[in-house]
Design a protein around this ligand. Structure first.
Ligand SMILES: *Cc1c(COP(=O)(O)O)cnc(C)c1O
Length: 500
């Protein structure tokens, strides 16, 4: 830490860098009070003594003194309270270990790469779609100054998102497109921009909740529109919609129930019929397809182009599901509607960041060029058991007799392909004597952390979501996690709890 940093230097004067005590024992310093004071709390080291402990000097050098000082004060306060209640007074080494532990735990919570051995391709908790190498390079390039809102030919202000929108039009055939921060934001914008203060008609079978507190009725309320529910959970007919259309209707909304399927005695009108009905009444039809399959067939997923062709006026979807790009909310459809939304103040509030736009452009360019297989999401989805079996066998062989292969199912996740599994070959590991929870915890504590799952007391790994060049790392992590009482690999120096 450089000396003389003005205010910071005054707030955090340089610490003693050498050992804790003259005698090197790390024992707390006694306060000489003539033997009159027997309060055990006085045996606690002073804060600067604690901060001088070598393990904390190291951490202060990496993360700055502020976080270390805060954690040291908390540890001392806690020990003081505990000592008042009769608990033994910890020595300086123990206190320093507690402080270091708290700081390291804080650092471990920072965003870091993990190996996803769950087989869930679009794992919302693990960041959904991994970016392609081209998208990654585009992000790195845009991270500095970039022409995000600057027209290089004219030398004047340009329109943010113009390149991504051109690619979206190219990829979907839509008249116009708009990219915002995420699909929930796109929905808020579409509803607020086109139907605020008026009614929006939706089927009861489509009032979805998806992960991360996305509940359709609440988004509608936040957008200031009035929800008019029609039909029932399992059956909604065209005449139900017809009966609900009136003077105050602004919009008909269709939502793909992306994370569940209603099976059996269920029906809903075809999108084309709904589009015709909306058109007859001069109302726009907004279709939230969620997962962003651009075109073609994939199970029961609605595609963006299919929805436009069926007559939807606006289609919205996520950037980080089947599109395989960054978190984004994409709106495509009629130019007049998209234009109104682009000019709405909510569009400014939910606008996409330059890193998002860069990654989105690279991802869309891969789709447009017919190179979907460059996207990690599509690579993972397209792997068959024949691709996975040799990799799983190699992993099982590396682990030894505790591991075996079995046929199983991976899921697309992220609200895509509900109820449709992808046939896979899994590695099943007997976690004895540690138990499944302990082995999973050890895997998560490794560097890099490995996330797997438990099934019937076994630890199960699915390599579909692991880049093949990382298989060996998974094998090492698994061997280390299974070693009885074994020494875990030491954690890498974490990046630290503060900014970097
Ligand atoms: C995933 C999903 C959303 C939310 O998308 P985000 O990009 O996470 O905001 C909205 N609607 C449907 C149908 C979805 O599947």
């Amino acid at each position: 830490m450089a000396a003389g940093r003005g205010v910071a230097a005054r707030l955090f004067p340089p610490l003693r860098r050498s050992g804790t005590h003259g005698d090197g024992t790390g024992a707390p310093r006694f306060v000489d009070n003539g033997g009159m004071d027997t309060d055990p709390r006085r045996l606690l080291p002073k804060v600067d003594v604690l901060l001088g402990h070598p393990s904390l000097v190291d951490r202060a050098a990496t993360w700055g003194q502020g976080p270390v000082l805060g954690a040291a004060r908390r540890a001392l306060d806690e020990s003081r309270r505990a000592a008042a209640g009769g608990a033994p007074v910890p020595g300086v080494d123990e206190l320093a270990a507690r402080v270091a532990g708290e700081l390291d735990a804080m650092a471990a919570r920072r965003t870091r790469a993990v190996l996803n051995a769950t087989g869930v391709v679009l794992h919302t908790n693990l960041g959904r779609a991994p970016l392609s190498p081209a998208a990654l390079a585009a992000v790195a390039e845009a991270a500095g100054y970039a022409n995000v809102e600057y027209d290089l030919a004219a030398g004047t202000r340009g329109r943010r998102g113009a390149a991504a929108e051109a690619l979206l039009r190219e990829a979907t055939g839509a008249e116009a497109a708009l990219a915002v921060n995420n699909a929930a934001g796109a929905l808020l914008l579409a509803l607020g921009g086109l139907a605020r203060g008026r009614e929006v008609v939706v089927s009861r079978g489509e009032l979805i909740e998806i992960g991360g507190e996305f509940r359709l009725p609440q988004i509608m309320e936040a957008a200031g529109v009035e929800l008019v529910e029609v039909g029932t959970t399992n059956r909604t007919h065209l005449r139900d919609y017809l009966g609900a259309l009136g003077e105050r209707t602004a919009l008909v909304l269709a939502v793909h129930p992306s994370n569940y399927r209603v099976e059996g005695f269920a029906t809903r009108p075809a999108l084309g019929e709904l589009a015709a009905l909306a058109r007859e009444h001069g109302l726009p039809l907004l279709h939230d397809v969620g997962s962003g399959l651009l075109a073609g067939e994939l199970g029961a997923e609605p595609s963006v182009t299919g929805s436009l062709r069926a007559g939807a006026d606006l289609v919205l979807f996520s950037g980080d599901k089947l599109l395989g790009g960054p978190q984004a909310g994409l709106l495509v459809g009629r130019a007049e509607l998209v234009g109104r939304l682009a000019r709405h103040p909510i569009a400014r509030a939910v606008r996409a960041d330059k890193l998002t736009l860069a990654a989105l452009e690279a991802t869309l360019a891969a789709h447009v060029a017919g190179r979907r297989d460059e996207l990690p999401v599509w690579r993972a989805l397209l792997l068959g058991p024949e691709d996975l079996r040799p990799r799983a066998a190699a992993l099982a062989a590396a682990v030894g007799p505790a591991a075996s292969l079995r046929e199983g199912i991976s899921v697309a996740g992220g609200g895509s392909l509900p109820g449709e599994g992808l046939p896979s070959v899994l590695v099943e590991v007997d976690p004895a004597p540690l138990g499944d929870a302990a082995v999973l915890a050890r895997l998560r504590a490794g560097d890099p952390p490995v996330v797997a799952r438990a099934e019937h007391g076994h630890v199960v790994l699915d390599l579909r979501t692991v880049p093949p060049e990382r298989d060996e790392q998974v094998a090492h992590a698994l061997l280390a996690a299974l070693r009885p009482g074994g020494q875990q690999a030491p954690p890498r120096t974490p990046p630290g709890p503060g900014g970097q």
